[in-house]
Design a protein around this ligand. Sequence first.
Ligand code: ADE
Length: 352
Amino acid sequence: MAIVSSNIDQSDSLSSKGKKRVVDGAPLADEKRSFREDGLRPKCLDDYIGQSALKEVLGIAIQAALGRGDALDHVLLYGPPGLGKTTMAMVVAKELGVKCRITSAPALERPRDIVGLLVNLQPKELLFVDEIHRLPRIAEELLYPAMEDLRLDLTVGKGSSSRVRALELPPFTLVGATTRAGALSSPLRDRFGLIHRLDFYNLRELQSIVRRASELLRLPLNDDASIEIARRCRGTPRVANRLLRRVRDFATVQGQKDVIDASLVEEALSLHCVDRRGLDATDRRLLELLMNSYGGGPVGLETLAAALGEDASTLESVVEPFLLQIGFLKRTPRGRVLTQVGKSHLQEQQKI
Ligand code: ADE
């Protein structure tokens, strides 16, 4: 399967205070650039660990499409960043034996961007559009007849002499990915035949992902070391692989020749301030502020943001979701509250 990328958005995933966080599920700039070389991505469904329901649904759809000699139906994948939506699109293309053309919705600014991609598609090829909820209106409207009737409605000429010319497209598969399925318009959502959510991975799956990656990187880890990375990666393979690379850097600099154990992982990741539950310094600053200055809350978002010197919307969309998900933080009508588990975690950390 060939991968063809088009205008990938190079804006980096900056988070709290504009700093890159090693635990951010979104790709960092160098990870975006190196996605073709990234040998850690699974290449086929059998190698893809986790997301078993999605694998089963796609496996059947792929087999049926191949059997009929048809293009696969359009697929919408949604869920938090770093869970493998792009990887899954590449795997699907590989299983179908076709090229995967990759783009990102914000890059489709001018009508000719999406037109160029569509007219160059070969029969049954796969077009992957990341962040599809950010598709410009014009591109979205061009996609409707393309997805439904394999027809591209091109406007030729200007003003009163303009006409619409319909261009026939070959059968193709659009795979859209989004972190915000709710932000998609219903006409666009309705044109996908398969819509599936990717879930966070469990500890066992993450440990298998870390083991697989460590074998590919020729970095021997014992079981305690792989589970330690799995615990710290916030349910997200992209973070797991990134932490593994930081462990590899540390082992290299230390001149470590033996199998890597949990204490080396602990030492390497504490340099990046990533604790045993995957919290980093930004997470802890928020929780500690709640505990130490506001008796655990409730505290309004704006007050927290001002006290931390952060932007309220960054706090809400980047920092809080993981803390809410693991039950360390609660949002109440009167403000944010530190939970008992969150408090116990902070107290344990202070003892270490
Ligand atoms: N690397 C990143 N995500 C993966 C997955 N789901 N399975 C195997 N390796 C991976």
